[in-house]
Design a protein around this ligand. Structure first.
Ligand code: TYD
Ligand code: MG
Length: 483
């Protein structure tokens, strides 16, 4: 037993085997087993195992008085929104994201703001030298913040240092993949090391009441590298996303023990660091392609916040036997469903067309409420009919072709009215939830057939008349926000 210290560990799920094999039986991934030295990770010295007697602890009642998880506001509203109102004492957060997306920038800003507010905030960088972190802070205009900074990778040294003096309120470890602990022999970055280092740091956070943020790398397919177990060990997993070419960044809670998981924080990467975007609709609509067929504005909801975003569809004739369906920012199964309903119930023939679908601004939509807007964009592109530029769309489409109501109708309408839209296309049955003063013209549709007929009629009308680009011109209220 003691001789076979070397073992093979799946780098995706952390399952251990005593000989190499091509496929991990636990998670089904191929070629993920790597040889690691597991001494100390799975086996405990016999002396500890047998001699230690259980310590007595007190058992509590459910009704007992618990100090309400005291939260510490980060000073960034968008970050607080995603964490559920601030960092909870003793909680551990894992922040994942592609390299260069801005994780270090975000956390430098958060630690600096906390330090400025008089809290002990520590930033441990395992990837960059102190000078590099300073350079970034200077660029962000935060060099004067009393953040405690170090470039260290040994977990034992870090825990010893942090245990000195006042308990830190926030500790950032950038990144967990660079940390290593003496208790296991594997190289830094391997599953065993990441797991053991995370365990030691989490133990420190829980014991001291420090809020701990671990930065995690993301693999090519978007998963946080290292064992998935780290995701299970932490209280919250936040993912920082964005398109490389665009300056928007979206912080999303994938898991959160202390708050909601459907809230998003929106940031913009500027030359001076991340700027919070408190009104994302303006951002997602700012570069709107006004008046071209194939675009529809969806009045969506991200968590508690309404967000208006442009959906774009391109339906183009194809010579391929199996037409192409490409989706960015939406579920491809959802798109297939909407296409099938259009085909089956509305007589829209799409089998001879490639369909490309995109959500503008790099946002990812998961709400079924986007169905109606997506269908409108698709039919608009197919018939080359421009949709009214001052209309928003929302509603879920059922397999029978009916348009079903969605939650929070009035919040969506309010946001649309605020941004100058004049009309909303929405499920018929939603009318009941709306107060009399929606401030918009309401176009309710009971079934998808009605919508398709409306749009198709516009298309024919448009083709029939001479092309007059001013005919459907932008209402003046859009022009100012567009510029
Ligand atoms: P960084 O926070 O280092 O990313 P990560 O830690 O996720 O790898 O951010 C790196 C990118 O951000 C880099 O491409 C430069 C850009 N950036 C700005 O555009 N403005 C800024 O003020 C800063 C600090 C970075
Ligand atoms: Mg970094």
């Amino acid at each position: 037993m003691a001789k076979s210290a070397l073992s093979f560990v799946c780098q995706t799920c952390g399952a251990a085997y005593n000989r190499w094999q091509g496929k991990c039986d636990a998670c089904g991934e191929w070629n993920t087993l790597a040889e690691e030295d597991l001494t100390g990770a799975t086996t405990m010295p016999v002396s500890i195992r047998s001699k230690r007697k259980g310590r007595l602890f007190t058992l509590e009642t459910l009704a007992g008085k618990t100090q309400d998880a005291p939260r510490l506001s980060s000073g960034m509203t968008e970050l607080d929104r995603v964490t559920g109102g601030g960092f909870v004492r003793g909680s551990v957060l894992l922040v994942g994201g592609d390299p260069g997306i801005g994780k270090s920038t975000l956390l430098t800003q958060a630690t600096s703001l906390l330090a400025r507010a008089g809290h002990r905030a520590v930033y441990i960088s395992g990837e960059e030298a102190v000078a590099q972190v300073r350079l970034r802070a200077e660029r962000l205009g935060l060099a004067d913040a009393p953040v405690q900074l170090a470039a260290e990778t040994s977990v034992e040294d870090i825990v010893a240092t942090l245990s000195e003096g006042a308990v830190p309120r926030l500790v950032v470890i950038d990144s967990i993949q660079t940390m290593w602990t003496d208790t296991v022999e594997s190289a830094p970055g391997t599953v065993t090391q990441v797991r053991a280092s995370a365990q030691a740091l989490i133990r420190f956070a829980k014991k001291s009441g420090t809020a701990l943020i671990l930065v995690g790398h993301v693999t090519k397919d978007g998963q946080i590298a290292g064992p998935r177990v780290v995701e299970h060990m932490v209280d919250a997993v936040l993912s920082f996303e964005g398109e490389g070419s665009q300056q928007f960044r979206i912080l999303r809670a994938v898991k959160n023990r202390f708050g909601p998981t459907d809230e998003i924080g929106v940031f913009e990467m500027t030359g001076l660091g991340l700027r919070e975007v408190s009104n994302p609709s303006e951002l997602f609509l700012s570069a709107r392609d006004l008046g071209s067929p194939g675009t529809a504005v969806f009045a969506g909801l991200e968590g508690t916040r309404p967000v208006l975003v442009e959906l774009q569809a391109l339906v183009a004739p194809t010579s391929l036997g199996t037409p192409r369906r490409a989706v960015v920012g939406w579920d491809s199964n959802r798109l297939s469903m909407v296409l099938a309903v259009l085909e089956a119930h509305c007589g829209v023939k799409l089998s001879g067309y490639d369909v490309y679908f995109n959500v503008a601004g790099g946002l990812r939509i998961s709400e079924p409420a986007a169905d109606l807007a997506a269908a409108a964009a698709l039919v608009s592109s197919l018939t080359n009919a421009q949709l009214p530029t001052d209309a928003v769309y929302f509603g879920e489409i059922s397999l029978s072709g009916a348009v079903r109501p969605v939650a929070q109708t009035s919040a969506r309408l309010k946001e649309a009215a605020k941004l100058g839209f004049g009309r909303a296309v929405l499920p018929e049955s939603a009318r009941g939830d709306i107060g009399s003063d929606a401030g918009l013209t309401l176009d309710s549709v009971a079934g998808l057939t009605t919508l398709v007929a409306d749009i198709a009629a516009r298309g024919q009308g448009r083709q029939g008349q001479a092309i007059d680009p001013e005919k459907n011109a932008t209402p003046s209220r859009f022009r100012h926000q567009d510029g």
